[in-house]
Write a protein that binds this ligand. Sequence first.
Ligand SMILES: O=C(NCCCCc1cc2cnccc2s1)c1cc(-c2ccc(F)cc2)cc(O)c1O
Ligand SMILES: [Mg+2]
Length: 214
Amino acid sequence: TQSTRPQRLLGAVQKNATRGHPRSVIQAIDHFCRNKEWAMNVGDEKGCILDSVVSEVSPATVLELGTYCGYSTVRIASRLPPHAKLITLEFNPEFAVIARQVIAWAGVEDKVQLVEGASGDWIPRMKEQFGVKTFDLVFLDHWKDRYLPDTKLMEECGLLRKGSILLADNVICPGTPDYLEYVRNSPRYESQYFKSHLEYTKVEDGLEKSVFLG
Ligand SMILES: O=C(NCCCCc1cc2cnccc2s1)c1cc(-c2ccc(F)cc2)cc(O)c1O
Ligand SMILES: [Mg+2]
């Protein structure tokens, strides 16, 4: 039977990356997506912006919405301080199966909890299910029409504290206009746009970094 793109991406990691070396896993995926098959990882250009935000925030608790094959999960987890925890939500079980193997190959599984299901169902259960108080950093990379409702849901559930950082992928392409309007105009956020390109292309895209002011 035909393999899927995530399966082929995993194969490229297992063939070309060294177990336990997150950087080689990232390089193998970027090489695969540039030279073989495009895939919706945050990519190397936006990935460097992600890296700098993670290093600057040095978060103890991270929520990632949208795991896909685990590319950004590995990028974030490999830069976390010791004892820090990353919870990543993935809706598609097939993507989750691949992501678990990519995360394990990179050797960062001890810092990562991959949860399968929809953000709207899981966000209200974060505190009781995972003992989370608040998130220091949230990386939004899931359904683009869920960025805004899920941000409001995280506010309502008390999952954001003064200084929590929201970092949103694809605010230009595919685009998240209602989310952008909200974080850029709400007095409760201080927002900043990092211009970049859609992964592995010359199309404009960017990340929006928003600090929750409480
Ligand atoms: O759709 C994108 N990402 C979301 C898919 C994940 C669905 C989930 C929903 C959900 C709900 N709850 C919990 C977890 C999750 S995971 C996406 C798409 C493009 C793109 C595609 C074609 C194109 F021509 C130009 C850009 C680029 C990107 O960087 C993307 O991130
Ligand atoms: Mg994305």
